[in-house]
Every structure is written in C-alpha cells, then in structure tokens.
Design a protein. Structure first.
Length: 101
C-alpha cells in the first residue's frame, strides 16, 4: 500500500494539506504525513485524520478512482473521524495516475 501511495502521490494537489493521516483497516493501519506538498511515512501511532476502510484493496480502488469515493462514503463503506474537507483533499492528493491510460 505504501508504494501504491508513493506512485499515486500528486504533490501539486497536496500543496495545502498539512496533516497526519491514518488509513485504518480491520487488522492494521498505515500512517503517513502530508506537509508542504511532501508525502512521508513517519513512525507514529496516532493521526489527526483517520480514514476507515473495509480492506487495503478497497482503499486502492478508491484512491485510484476505480470506485467512486463520494458514493462509497454516502453508503457507509468508508468513514472518517471528521475533517470532511481533508478527506476530499487527501483523495485528491493521490490522483497522479488516476486518468492515465
């Protein structure tokens, strides 16, 4: 999942996002940080924004645009701990390969 995020990261789309993020799955989590248009994977155990997914595969489909994030959110398939604007900005930050053929 980390390499997928690194390959999909679009620094220009992430320029104004400044937060720690946790992708929480049923059995584990992945933490990363976006600040100043840079993506890092610090060794942290809590994050300001938490996104809850059913699986890593689901997260990849949503971040890649294969599944519609808004629809999944409205159907309760993904959740967050609030910060709705950050949720949208986070998904936008990983749009680098979304429209590639």
């Amino acid at each position: 999942m980390q390499s997928f995020l690194q390959e999909s990261f679009a620094p220009d789309a992430a320029a104004d996002l400044e937060t720690d993020i946790e992708l929480r799955f049923p059995n584990d989590s992945l933490f990363f940080d976006i600040r100043g248009g840079a993506l890092t994977f610090p060794q942290i155990t809590t994050a300001e924004l938490v996104l809850y997914f059913e699986s890593r595969d689901q997260a990849k489909r949503l971040f890649s645009g294969e599944e519609d994030m808004v629809e999944a959110f409205m159907q309760g398939q993904i959740r967050s701990n609030g910060h709705l604007i950050w949720v949208f900005k986070t998904f936008a930050a990983f749009s680098k390969n979304r429209h590639a053929s």
